[in-house]
Design a protein around this ligand. Structure first.
Ligand code: GAR
Length: 195
């Protein structure tokens, strides 16, 4: 059975959906939830789901990304994952960290990539007057938010939307998309899934 590690920074709602889907479907084993933020709400949620957790606070490392990533690698290597899912992990990973996991690290991003890589995706979609927004699951490559797209869900922008209301609507689609893509990915299906 494929071993899956999940990296989070915050509430971890996508992580919860991934773990629940793996536990219900039995197609992969969640072996680690790893956070860069000790106050991430997702840590307690992972513990309640019976998944081992670890925290590597990025702040003591300042701008030294390599030193932070060396620490991050310790619990990750010990968990020996086959697949790594970034799920609301808000640190940019260096190419040196990403490369060894080429083809087995996924990310979910709250936009219809290649539109709006980076931050503030919902506000940017609203500012542009877009009629639809969405979310994307893609393979992680050294370039930020640019790897091969594995799944995408389109979500309507509604009149009166704020970045918060749009983010909340997109998040409900993230919760469907990410587990569906992971299921296919561990079965070696790399065809793009459109929801
Ligand atoms: C999600 O919307 C995810 O797409 C986004 O952060 C949120 C995390 O929510 N990720 C990024 O913006 C990555 N750059 P969650 O902690 O409840 O899963």
């Amino acid at each position: 059975m494929k071993r899956v590690a999940i990296l989070i920074s915050g509430g971890g709602s996508n992580m919860v959906r991934l773990v629940e889907d793996m536990q219900a479907g039995g197609y992969a084993a969640p072996v680690l939830v790893l956070s860069n933020d000790p106050s991430a709400g997702g840590i307690a949620k992972a513990e309640r789901l019976g998944v081992p957790t670890a925290v590597v606070d990025h702040r003591p490392f300042g701008k030294d990304r390599a030193a932070f990533e060396a620490e991050l690698l310790k619990p990750l290597a010990a968990a020996a994952p086959d697949v790594i899912c970034l799920a609301g992990f808000m640190r940019v990973l260096t190419p040196a960290f990403v490369r060894p996991f080429a083809g087995r690290m996924l990310n979910i991003h709250p936009s219809l990539l290649p539109k709006y890589p980076g931050l503030h995706t919902h506000q940017r979609a609203l500012d542009a007057g877009d009629a639809e927004a969405g979310c994307t699951v893609h393979e992680v490559t050294p370039e930020l938010d640019a790897g091969p797209i594995l799944g995408q869900a389109r979500v309507p922008v509604e009149a009166g939307d704020s970045a918060d209301t749009l983010a909340a609507r997109v998040l409900t689609f993230e919760h469907r998309l990410y587990p569906a893509v992971l299921r296919r990915f561990v079965a070696d299906n790399r065809e793009t899934l459109f929801l």
